[in-house]
Write a protein that binds this ligand. Sequence first.
Ligand code: TSX
Ligand code: MN
Length: 575
Amino acid sequence: MNLQKWLAEMQALCKPDRIYICDGSDEEYHRIAEEMVKCGALIALNPTLRPRSYLARSNPEDVARTEKDTFICSQQQEDAGPTNNWEEPGLMLQRLKKLFDGCMRGRTMYVVPYCMGPLTSPFSYFAVQLTDSPYAVLNMRWMTRMGSEVLALLKDHSFSPGVHSVGVPLSPGEKDSSWPCNPQNRLIVHFPEERSVWSFGSGYGGNALLGKKCLALRIASVIARDEGWFAEHMLITGITSPEGKKHYIAAAFPSACGKTNFAMLAPTLPGWKVECVGDDIAWMHWGADGRLWAINPEAGFFGVAPGTSERTNPNMLRALASDALFTNVALTPDGDVWWEGIGTPPPQGLISWLGVPWQPGTPAAHPNSRFTVSLKRSPICDPAAESPTGVPISAILFGGRRAHVVPLVTEAHSWRQGVLMGAMLSSERTAAAEGLVGEIRRDPFAMLPFCGYNMGDYFAHWLRMGQGEKKLPRIYSVNWFRKNSEGQFLWPGFGDNIRVIKWIFERLEGRGESMESSAGCLPKDLDLSGLQGIDLKALLSVDQKAWEHEVEEMKRYAERFKDRFPQELQSELSL
Ligand code: TSX
Ligand code: MN
């Protein structure tokens, strides 16, 4: 793809009034932010309480990724598989060209050159996002390496082209809205064979920040399949024991399981240290030493605000103390931010995410409200977070929210059983937005909305990658959310999860006693020092009847992948 030629084509199609090439500087960030403040698209927070920070309020119809509008347009429908929306690429391109024709009239087209991963890493991927959303530009500044340096390097690399429009052209003199979007015509389209993305009608998160879900997961998963590596929806965290032994762990959790909290865990056991490489995405390659090496393609956190508190994630609160961008949280009368579960009572005169005085009983912050902040602002940013070779992964965790049946932790006997744990990952719904609260939903590898090709082939890729001379990471299933018959959580969670990691460390070092079970290898004991009233037996029990039922459910789930569900996993299920 030739940058100049593509730019000219997109300019002719979108017909923006101006083109602006982003340099990625601090000066540019604040200039664009202050322009948005002037037209009411952004609120500058109180510089004493929250220096250099801003609040954006979205259109209430544009508050989350929209999976029904998200498409994988591979040549063959079979290659998109049963978990993705698909359209014939030629037809989709026609539709997109109609939508994008003149869509940036009256606006600036920002050219955002960016790199997913450290600039000098052989595992990084270069890309350009064209967008008419200055809000998207500000987010890309924190979430990716972006600007002049990337543009200079781009000449020597292939890159992924992405074009994004909020889908609201302006006629001369027309006043813009504070969050332009076009929910009736929303479309987020991936052409995996071309490595390209077209996104229309939404300004929010994963729909608009093309580096994240679109490139680093959907497109990259296809590249990873083709090239023999992994693009995964996983956090990466570095953990050091009191003896000074350090292991890096990658972990996949479906939404609403506290993945970001776990990535920045504040351990309660003395002498343990946790450092964060990333909270959302891992790109992992086999090294010459046979180990699995991971980089975080992102440069920041785009996290859910509600529930983030001194108790649940003290390190994130430190990170958010300045230079943060908030979306759809509540505004306090002194110009700071507030959200449900922040750990302080709502102040008098609170303004809700809708920009009106907050009424008790209604959400002050939207449940999917977000913060955007650089990874470097984290007080526990891992020293190797920028390493071009990445960090060596010792263990992979798959975690879900399950009130019953699934033990606190189990270790897979084999790579194959571990892949099955990933493929059958499940979690209970916590919000009633769509469907029943408590309903168990399978979310294979937490990749359901993010795998850019046939999920059955993805399972086969995982199996294939475990073959040959490798120092395979051990694989674990974890569940912080098991409940007793009274409906109370059995496990304190949060910083106490380090106790589970301590057992995993012992296993990695060839110690750590275990017991066999049909759900995998269980700990004989855990370090519960300083805790009282923990029912470890209940946390680690495997009810034979309930587990058999679980396996039957898994077999039923496997059927939807038809003949693409790997035979090896089928036989693992029948053991
Ligand atoms: O993030 C969570 N983690 C991982 C932390 C490192 N959460 C919050 C999930 C919502 C996104 C958890 N919630 C965890 C957890 O380990 N465990 C629980 C369940 C739980 C909630 C409250 C208590 C105990 C367990 N106890 C009290 O509130 C006192
Ligand atoms: Mn995610």
